[in-house]
Ligand binder design. Structure first.
Ligand code: CUA
Length: 358
């Protein structure tokens, strides 16, 4: 800092140190303002979200000005103190600057330590156990999410939550690593084979948001999306009651479980297209002409169309339709579905794709 810059000999005016610091400060103020004006996040729909957003803003305020200042000084120095044409002299010898070195070690150390403590406090706060938590089991599988309310004994392919009640998620996977993410809750946790990860959130806004898989998990990763609906308390209770009395009950007017409900509840719709169920997945074969395809492929495998469809659900590795990736469809449906459910699903698929059901 102390030595005389050569440029002064070339007739430049003003002190270069003061000049580059003032340019740096002005640039830092402009870029930080732009950064803070930017809308970084989607809707904020959970209690912890505003704390996380604030943390993020503090990180931006702490890092953007320093980054811009350092880069401005670096770029300025390269330009201002460049070697002029014909100038082959060595630069002035420098033996370091103890005061400057103490400052640039101490200030970042205190800054990073302060941010780490702040981050730890926020994390501790949003992970704290809450009274009256709703327990929800989340299960990832290629390529859908399923949800279970163990205390209420309800399973669902759609995540329903009551507003303003703390939720404790326990997250598992049936196959590979997925990542359970609801952007509006600022909530993300990996689903890792063999362990259960946990996360807490209190939704505070009624609405429909997206559950996204944030870990590349295979060919259908991009389609691994479900919905989370946050409902007023009463509507949520009514929904729970309906689920309890629904598929498992079997009594009353309903009779056999509907094939369409089984199709969507088990995530078939995230990989297959089927107009009747409003499904548009394109990982596996389209099912709108399943009856014809089942007759054709079944014949080659000496199976009836029904046997073929059943085998495709229970033992999908036995045969893969040409042109589609092998070993992608989960092999767990034979275990997860009852015999009646599989029968209903087979009948349903053949019926809505132009064949004869039962
Ligand atoms: Cu599951 Cu990506």
């Amino acid at each position: 800092m102390a030595e005389t810059p050569r440029s002064d000999e070339n007739g430049h005016e003003g002190h270069p140190f003061a000049q580059m610091i003032s340019i740096g400060v002005v640039a830092a103020i402009i870029v930080t303002t732009i950064t803070l004006l930017m809308d970084w996040f989607p809707t904020n729909a959970a209690g912890a979200a505003s704390k996380i957003d604030t943390l993020y803003d503090v990180l931006l305020i702490a890092s953007v000005p320093i980054f811009v200042l350092v880069m401005t000084v670096a770029v300025y120095s390269v330009w201002r103190f460049r070697a002029r044409p014909g100038d082959t002299r060595d630069g002035a010898p420098i033996h370091g600057n103890t005061r400057l070195e103490i400052i640039w070690v101490t200030v970042p150390f205190m800054l990073v330590t302060g941010l780490a403590i702040y981050g730890w406090v926020v994390l501790n706060d949003i992970e704290a156990k809450q009274p009256n938590e709703l327990q929800v089991k989340v299960t990832g599988q290629q390529f859908t999410w399923s949800f279970e309310y163990p205390k209420e004994k309800v399973k669902s392919s759609q995540l329903m939550l009551p507003v303003d009640r703390p939720v404790h998620f326990r997250i598992n996977t049936k196959d590979v690593v997925h990542s359970f993410w609801v952007p509006q809750f600022r909530l993300k946790s990996d689903a890792v084979p063999g362990i259960t990860t946990r996360i807490r959130v209190t939704p505070d806004k009624v609405g429909t948001f997206e559950v996204v898989c944030a870990e590349l998990c295979g060919i259908g990763h991009a389609t691994m999306r479900n919905r989370v609906r946050v409902l007023p308390r009463r509507q949520f209770d009514a929904w729970l009651a309906r689920q309890k009395g629904g598929p498992a009950g079997g009594g009353g007017g309903g009779g056999a479980p509907g094939g369409k409900a089984i199709f969507t509840a088990n995530g078939c719709d995230s990989c297959h297209t089927l107009a009747d169920a409003g499904a548009t997945g394109n990982v596996g074969p389209k099912l709108d002409d399943l009856a014809t395809a089942a007759a054709k492929f079944g014949k080659a495998r000496r199976e009836s169309a029904k046997e073929y469809v059943r085998e495709s659900i229970v033992d999908p590795r036995a045969f893969t339709v040409p042109g589609y990736p092998k070993n992608v469809m989960p092999t767990t449906f034979g275990k997860d579905l009852s015999k009646e459910q599989i029968d209903a699903l087979v009948d349903y698929l053949l019926r809505v794709s132009g064949g004869k059901g039962s």
